[in-house]
Write a protein that binds this ligand. Structure first.
Ligand code: F6R
Length: 246
């Protein structure tokens, strides 16, 4: 795992954007794996700017998102479909038909998981997979305890994840209890992985990840089993690693 440390969120976001744009400039038909949440918003802002500022085109790019809440329709204000439209897709020249997010209101969530994993295999391998990390070490919605062999599956969100995400909903009761998520194994199929971790709230998780102990209790630790992972952090997220390393 390569670790890149930046002064702040903006610089970390710019670095991630440069890596994504380099991939697209090399191959206009790249497949990107995308995450939602607060962390990648700065990356997406940079990618949007890149369309006009640097002439980057997404006309032939495909994107595959990590996850979606079960029970939220695509147009629900907190669905990940809506998040992606508002934070990226509506502002770049991508064809919406080339963007994939699990269907959280599919008649059968289990069948949707099978369909989604088939999409990953048909379009993949993903050239660059963007990940954030939960304060409990989850990647996508692979919560502590997840088996590393998991493919796309239905997950019950743990209390800490629902609490972390309650900030986006009127009350915690409205945070969905389940989600469809790509699995650890699905994620590790990607050619290259960029894990973004920024802000003090991620300092414990980054410290744990960099202890290199691989365990089901900390799903992000399975990234040590992949040969091309870049961890991009800001000083706040790296703070505990530095303090103890000196
Ligand atoms: C989002 C996702 C999650 C988030 C993680 C961090 O698609 O899969 O794993 O990346 O919960 O979220 P933020 O960035 O909001 O701290």
């Amino acid at each position: 795992m390569k670790v890149l440390v930046f002064d702040n969120y903006e610089a970390a976001s710019e670095q991630a954007a440069q890596m994504v744009e380099a991939q697209i400039l090399e191959n206009g038909q790249s497949v990107l794996g995308l995450a939602t949440g607060s962390t990648p918003i700065g990356l997406y802002k940079n990618l949007i700017e890149g369309v006009t500022a640097r002439g980057v085109s997404y006309k032939e790019v495909c994107t595959i998102n990590l996850d979606e809440y079960i029970g939220l329709a695509n147009d629900h204000s907190e669905s990940y479909h809506r998040f992606m439209a508002e934070n990226l897709f509506d502002h770049i020249d991508i064809s919406i038909d080339n963007t994939y997010v699990p269907n959280g209101v599919a008649p059968s969530a289990e069948e949707e998981c099978i369909r989604y994993e088939e999409i990953i295999d048909r379009l993949g391998p993903i050239d660059i997979q963007i990940l954030g990390i939960g304060s409990n070490g989850h990647i996508a919605f692979n919560e502590p305890g997840t088996d590393p062999e998991t493919l796309t599956h239905v997950v019950e969100l743990v209390a800490s994840t629902r609490e972390d995400n309650a900030r986006f909903f009127p009350s915690i009761d409205e945070v969905p209890t389940h989600a469809i998520t790509t699995g650890i194994k699905s994620i590790l199929k990607s050619k290259k992985i960029i894990l973004l971790a920024t802000g003090k709230g991620k300092a414990d998780a980054v410290k744990k990840l960099l202890s290199k102990e691989i365990s089901k209790d900390f799903p992000a630790s399975f990234l040590w089993n992949h040969k091309d992972v870049t961890l991009i952090v800001d000083q706040d997220a790296y703070a505990l690693v530095q303090t103890e390393g000196q």
